[in-house]
Design a protein around this ligand. Sequence first.
Ligand code: FMN
Length: 438
Amino acid sequence: MSRPQHFGWFLARGFGPHGWGSPSLDWGYRWTEPRLYQESARLLEQAGFDLLIIEDAPSLGSAETIDLRVRHAFGGPKHDPLLLAPYLFAATERLGVVPTVNPAAVLPYTAARQFASLQHLSGHRLGLNVVTDTGSARHFGTAPALGHDAAYDRAEEWLAGVRALWRSWDEGALVEDRSDDRYADGSRMRPVAHRGEYFSFDGPLNALPFTDGEPVIVSPGGSGRGLGFAGANSDVQLALAPLDEASIRAYRGRIHDAAVAAGRRPSDITILFAIQPVLVGSAEEADRLVARSLDPDDETIRTIARRQSSDLETDLTALDPDAPLDPAIFADHVSHGSIRRLVGDHDIATTPLRTLLAAHARLGRLSDGSGFVGTAAELADRIEELGTWGNDGVLLWGDLHPVSVHRTLDELVPILRRRGILRDELVPGGLGANLRAF
Ligand SMILES: Cc1cc2nc3c(=O)[nH]c(=O)nc-3n(C[C@H](O)[C@H](O)[C@H](O)COP(=O)(O)O)c2cc1C
């Protein structure tokens, strides 16, 4: 038997019309209503997944480029995943649900109280994907947009404040003694007078302490600062890295070093590597799909250009595809990481835009580690191999529609179970208990 691993599902386009352009929409589900997500969440729970993470970005971006973001629903609209979470908890019993939150958008006291309420309501199954998007600050009436590292500083102060509030009821503060007619002991509550660089607030928190642990903290940042944040603060890190042994071990090593530097144990953090699988019925079909992707047709190139235009808030569809890209077209606020991802290893000065876009159409095979196209058995082989390198688990990446969940899991789950990689069922006690079960 292989070593068991943890499994997460990442709703990568957030709580929005993420199926736009997909035939699955014709199944008649409305993205604004909970049924679509509830049914999918039940399938994930049945499969033995630890958690479902819901991407979010609170902003539609800059006023001049909103149409690029909404025209094909790549960048919005998005509803607040925190408010979807209770519906998913109500539809399941053991699955962890992890909405994305941005410390720029919710004050620590409000955040601590809302998350505490949900942690109790859900039977301790809440997680929070803490992100540091800086562009949306202008919507919240707080400080002007921060730089990359300062946004992490603010996130650390925010999280420390939230946790201090959660811990503001000392042991014994909750009495619940009917014979003495005493519910709680106010002398055992800490005032928590926080005066920091970004936030000032007082406690204690007007919510009960937890019996089965605090909400699980998840983080996705991959920069040095992001890995440091994870090492010091996170229970789960979402990792984007090539899935070869050297990259996996190097990434895990950096998180573990950061954990030790912060006085924690490497085993305190579950690292989930992202996989965006394209599962097909046979190896031959997978080979055909990959071969076809090397020479994408015009419609595919157009779709990639639209998606990149949304991410980059820059209209690439209006440019000559056979000319190189002029870097001056990108406004100052456009993410440098996104521009780097578009350009890849090419020379931006000489490479035609069409070549840059075509590179994003290119698929690879699961069987040789060059990509994510393959059969369920090939995906299971890949996940099993990750386990031999000490991997904790994987994050399957896609939309959240019962059709997609079935398509990905129907064949895969029995194979993983037979090999002992996927647990038979989740344990009671909440998300933390499941993450610590092995
Ligand atoms: C798996 C994964 C999930 C992410 N989810 C979100 C998200 O929901 N919202 C968001 O604003 N950023 C998200 N990000 C981006 C990161 O939070 C972060 O902004 C980005 O990685 C830049 O930070 P870094 O420079 O530390 O990598 C995600 C990244 C990854 C790899």
